[in-house]
Design a protein around this ligand. Sequence first.
Ligand code: PLP
Length: 382
Amino acid sequence: MYNKFISQLEGSSSVELMLKAEQMRKAGKKVISLAGGEPDFDTPRRIVSKAIESLNNGETHYAVGKGILPLREKIAEKLQKENGILCTSENIIVTPGGKYGVYLAVASLLNVGDEAIVFTPAWVSYCPIIRACGGVPVVSHLQYEDNYKIKEENVIPYITPKTKALIINYPNNPTGKILSEEEAELLRDIAEKYNLYIVSDEIYEKVVFDGKKNISIGSYRSIADKVITVNGFSKCAAMTGWRIGYTAASKEVTDVMYNLYVHTITGISPFVQRASLEVFQCEEEIEEMRTIYESRRNYFTDALDELNGVECRRPEGAFYAWVRFNNARDSKEACRNLLDQHGIIGVDGQSYGEIEHPCVRFSFASNMEVLKEAIEQLKMGQ
Ligand code: PLP
């Protein structure tokens, strides 16, 4: 028999929908795909040039270890300065994408049967990653009516003697919420009291709007040793295809994670790491992309909210519109209608654990023309 944890994992609905859109296009059908979770921008030129330079310099061998030292130093410096997380290069592991960072953290924390609390709506991969590690995802569903705020009652009743960790993700995919100080302090106090780890996925950190800033929970000194911060360059620097991210954790947790890393990854491609150093010189490019996301958000979410039977709040971060279609019975039906009647692909809310409301996630990491076309299509059916 195959591994019982892995053979039963569900697929990723957003990846499946991206593939579906591609197939439909190849078959000559016109589709507006707003399913994917990746920037439509190309990686800034200077990052690409660094990779080419590195390759030309012969950096094509194994880069054994947690990551090249200059990159880990830069990451640690950034985390200290921008996020208030006390760390040095010793606390950093460079990973193949943020996704592997989450996996590394979860695999290193959980024993078989240990529980990890996931707040839904949540990114589609947390529960499968926990299950793949033999852990048990315990889902705490946040309320649409509360704008998905985390309250004590969303955490305490879900804690059992087997609870090892909480997984949080802010700015949030799919809801676009960022962590408020009140929520962060609540989670801090609970983690401290119940001796829990927190895996904090901050991959959308740079995509925030209205001058807001996300709080890094690893900045609280009282729980700093219990937090594994996961971040990366995929979303902020439009580097999804490069597969690079990182973790920041205590020396002890980092050593445990490295035990797994060294036998599964060895090290990240040296030219990818060298190019990633350039991300820290790309503040302007990153800000330019952020500004464009913000103007798309303003246009797209407001236009959606004006449609009859459609409700869309303005997200505070990430690049997703979380849209409630009041005329559909559930989110699967909403998605079917969108595709059949308007040729639009979004991801159903059920995939993120929202079963009470007919919500659909649309990505606005697509250019303005595509977003306008989607709105025109939707208006036609009104
Ligand atoms: N975390 C969240 C919340 C995401 O939405 C994604 C990608 O969609 C990732 C992590 C994965 O990031 P990466 O491409 O760096 O593996």
